[in-house]
Design a protein around this ligand. Structure first.
Ligand code: HEM
Length: 373
């Protein structure tokens, strides 16, 4: 298909089969006027509904309006199809400060993430009052969508940071082949998938009674920009790489098994008596059986932001994970990884985000944030 429904029980872009391209943007609200913010969210919703259908952002379009006025669409997606564009909105903890009277509506699950051991987070590319995750199978379509939302939001929001991603690093449907991350390993094998509906009810979607009603049916999104130290990794032996991950590089099979989708067996020991999947291996430490059953729906992207001036690729994983409650899912899993994961020698977390993504919009008269404001 080429068009993903914008309206529905859930926001598109969560269990939608992960598209290949990402433009992620976080905004700060720069007005104190709540009505102006709500107006903008209405305009954003109308533009998002149009753009996800492959149409121009405004009804007059790029060239149909007054020659005296800036166009209602910036034009660079003219002639391009919808390319499976999804636009997913989230609200950050900072939106619930004193500015807009939203304190009482802040979900407890939207508590700021703690500082994890080893974190090297840059605040300038972290956080934000509102985020939009734009995913598509054409990078120009994703960039066009973010650019037009920023244009429509002028005077009300300003872009705090944004991130491009090429190449999905997760499958979110059993219909998709598992892609690879920049360390060359299959990524997304043991991910939550759209077809696992009862697991999604337990681990992905916020339930009645979990918190404020406006989030029931939604999900919490964590973002982490993770720089990957490509050159040191590329000097590491294959054996060492596979030990660090806990899976083989060719098939993606757990070191205790043969097929990609075999369940890892952490009890299996090698000839020397050592566990075949090391105690410091990423897949052991991240596995639900080691984390009180916690699971995540990962939906991240590879990024390369050029080079860093020292001859090294400025590259890594823009990690995105959705879940029912970060306090019981991302936070404990990342705490464990930050302390014990051997992968830490080759990665640095440089940005962090947390956003509450409400349920989907059911009808054309509904708009982003209506149930919140
Ligand atoms: C699994 C790579 C960061 C959570 C995996 C797998 C790879 C991988 C290759 C095995 C295939 C799969 O099941 O997807 C990486 C790399 C990272 C990174 C290169 C950083 C650059 C993280 C972070 C988290 C995380 C920050 C969460 C805090 C998981 C989970 C699994 C997994 C939950 C599935 C474990 C299982 O059930 O077997 N990762 N990962 N990963 N990763 Fe990561």
């Amino acid at each position: 298909s080429d068009m993903i429904d914008f309206y529905g029980e859930r926001q598109a872009g969560i269990i939608t089969p992960a598209q290949d391209r990402l433009h992620f943007v976080a905004f700060d609200v720069i007005t104190k006027d709540k009505a102006a913010l709500v107006d903008m969210l209405e305009s954003w919703t109308a533009a998002a509904a149009r753009m996800t259908r492959g149409q121009e952002a405004g009804t007059l379009g790029a060239v149909g309006g007054s020659p005296e006025a800036p166009p209602e669409d910036t034009g660079e997606a003219l002639g391009l199809p919808a390319a499976d564009l999804t636009l997913t909105i989230g609200f950050g903890p900072s939106l619930f400060d004193s500015r807009f009277g939203l304190r009482a509506k802040k979900p407890a699950a939207l508590a700021d993430l703690p500082k994890f051991p080893g974190d090297t987070i840059d605040p300038a590319i972290s956080g934000g009052d509102i985020c939009v995750q734009a995913c598509a199978n054409d990078p120009q379509v994703a960039v066009h969508a973010v650019r037009n939302l920023a244009r429509i939001g002028m005077g009300v929001v300003s872009v705090r940071w944004s991130q491009l991603g090429f190449g999905r690093t997760s499958s979110t449907s059993t219909t998709q082949a598992t892609p690879r991350n920049l360390f060359g390993f299959k990524d997304g094998t043991a991910n939550l998938k759209a077809e696992e509906t009862s697991l999604l009810d337990d681990h992905l979607w916020v339930r009645t009674g979990d918190g404020p009603d406006w989030m029931t049916g939604g999900s919490y999104m964590v973002t982490r920009k993770i720089r990957m130290l490509i050159e040191p990794w590329d000097r590491t032996s294959l054996l060492e790489q596979e030990t660090i991950v806990g899976r083989d590089k060719g098939q993606g099979a757990p070191l205790s098994g043969h097929g990609e989708f075999d369940e890892p067996d952490f009890a299996v020991r090698g000839d020397g008596g050592e566990p075949v999947i090391a105690t410091t291996a990423h897949v052991r430490l991240a596995h639900p059986t080691q984390n009180n059953g916690a699971r995540l729906l990962r939906r991240g992207y590879n990024f390369v932001d050029g080079s860093d001036g020292l001859g090294r690729l400025d590259a890594g994983l823009f990690f995105i994970a959705y879940q029912r409650d970060p306090r019981r899912q991302f936070v404990p899993v990342q705490t464990k990884l930050a302390r014990q994961d051997q992968l830490n020698e080759y990665i640095r977390h440089v940005s962090s985000g947390l956003f509450a993504c409400p349920p989907g919009l059911r009808a054309a008269d509904d708009f982003w944030g209506r149930s919140l404001f």
